[in-house]
Every structure is written in C-alpha cells, then in structure tokens.
Write a protein that binds this ligand. Structure first.
Ligand SMILES: Nc1ncnc2c1ncn2[C@@H]1O[C@H](COP(=O)(O)OP(=O)(O)OP(=O)(O)O)[C@@H](O)[C@H]1O
Length: 249
C-alpha cells in the first residue's frame, strides 16, 4: 500500500499557563512518525490528553506544529490542502458545536459545496440517503434531531465534497452505545476509496473499523499493530486498552 500521508518526527509544545509573558512550554508531541496508506483505515489510540486531537488538528491544518514534516501524496501538507480543496474532511465528537443551530439541516450539509461554488441543494437528498436519513430532515433544525441523527448529518456534511481523506476524531464517543454501533456501521460502509484516520479511546470501535492501530504514548508512537498482532502488544497504553476491553481477555 503506497503512503498517502507521511508524518515524520512531528513535535509540538504548548505554552504553560502563567501569564502572557511566560515562555515556559510543555511538550505534547515529542517525535511522532507514522504513515497512512492510500485507502487505509488507520486507528490512533492513546490515553486522554496524550495529543491525539492535536495530531488531527495539525493534519487538518487547524494548528501549527513546531518541527517535523507532513507529506500528503509526497507534497508538503499546506500546499496539498491548497491544491486539493475539500479533499480533506473531519467529523468531531461535538456535533452540536460543529453546526449552526439556526441553520436548516439542508443548509448545514450543503455549506461546504456552496463555499466551493457548486450547486448544493440538489446534492442534499442523496447525501441524506447515504447516511440513512430521510429527505424531509433537510427542512429541520439541529435541535429537532437526536444525537445519532445529528452525527449522521455531520458525516453527510463531511462527505459532501467527496473527500479522499477523513479524520473521525472521537466521532462516536458522545453517543449511546447502541447508536455508536449504528454510526460505526455507517462509517464502515462509507469507506470506498477514502483514507480514514479514526481517533478514539475505544479499542473495540477501532478494531471494528481499522485493520491497523497506532498507540500514542509519551509524545510518540509506542506501537503500530495489526489486529492479529494485538495479543502480543508490548506498550503500556496498548496493554491497558486491550485489558480493559472484555472480548480481548
Ligand atoms: N487549545 C489548547 N490550548 C492549550 N492546551 C491545549 C489545547 N488543546 C489541547 N491542549 C492540551 O494539549 C494536550 C493534548 O491535548 P489533545 O486534545 O490533543 O489530547 P487527546 O489525546 O486528544 O485527549 P482526549 O483523548 O482527552 O481528547 C493536553 O494536555 C491538552 O490539555
């Protein structure tokens, strides 16, 4: 599988609280290197606060890194994002703040297309159908939908521009267990040629969607394991996550 994204020696520190003039910084990412193959679904796991979302925000161009490089199809990430508008997308945990509560669902889904100057309204019924929602939902507003329905709307919006790469950052974490399963099945069914990065604390969800799992610990990738290698995990964070998941015991 050829590399779609190559992350090399990524490092990022954050300013410690202590006033505007404080220069004290705390490393979050020390030396993170990994590849995501073209068309691969890759999971990124690790304890809370370890820097998983920081990596996703850096990949998406929402945050700067201090050093290291990110190549997408062999091109520096900022240039790739500029040359491929709409081809990188994301679904976040908080579906409420991901969408304007005053807008109709149709407008929320169509916005990324409208921004690109494409005819948006015609695409909405098809996008709703792809995520298992009825066309009439386009007229409703976010407060009229359940959490699971709203996350489906966020997924419809994320795929509206036909991205080639999607980050799912804790995209099922705030949903009830039964709804989580539905959304995981939806995500699994969408894949096609897309490349996925699936960020989660939930090793069972990761193993359901992704054939390979990365474990982030101490600011770098502690292990990269395929599903069949999970039983031989050696890093502390991988072992803890595996031991906490009953089916793996
Ligand atoms: N905007 C920010 N300003 C300051 N510190 C931040 C900011 N965002 C994250 N951090 C800090 O950076 C570190 C990494 O956060 P990050 O959200 O990337 O971790 P995470 O592994 O995704 O955590 P979780 O699993 O809890 O979402 C944490 O210590 C966090 O408190």
């Amino acid at each position: 599988m050829s590399a779609f994204i190559q992350v090399s020696h990524l490092a990022k520190s954050r300013r410690l609280p202590g006033g505007f003039f404080s220069n004290r910084r705390r490393p979050v990412l020390r030396d993170v290197s990994f590849e995501i193959g073209r068309g691969e679904a890759l999971a990124l796991l690790g304890p809370s606060g370890e820097g998983k979302s920081t990596i996703s925000r850096i990949l998406l161009g929402l945050e700067e890194h201090d050093s290291g490089s990110i190549l997408i199809e062999g091109v520096e990430a900022p240039r790739w994002r500029k040359e491929h508008p709409g081809e990188m997308s994301a679904v976040f945990q908080d579906y409420t703040s991901s969408s304007d509560p005053r807008w109709s669902i149709g407008r929320i889904i169509a916005e990324p297309l409208a921004v690109r100057g494409e005819k948006a309204d015609k695409a909405v019924p098809g996008l709703l159908a792809r995520v298992g929602l009825a066309a009439e939902i386009a007229r409703r507003r976010p407060h009229e939908l359940s959490g699971g329905q709203m996350q489906r709307v966020c997924i419809a919006r994320a795929i509206s521009t036909r991205p080639r790469f999607i980050v799912f950052d804790e995209a099922v974490s705030s949903l009830d267990a039964s709804v989580q399963t539905d959304i995981l099945e939806l995500i699994a069914g969408l894949k096609g040629d897309m490349t996925f990065l699936f960020i989660t604390h939930d090793i069972q969800a990761a193993a359901f969607l992704c054939p390979r799992l990365l474990f982030l610990e101490g600011g770098s990738i502690a292990e990269s394991l395929t599903l069949s290698e999970l039983r031989n995990a050696r890093s502390r964070c991988a072992r803890e996550l595996i031991d906490s998941a009953l089916p793996f015991r």
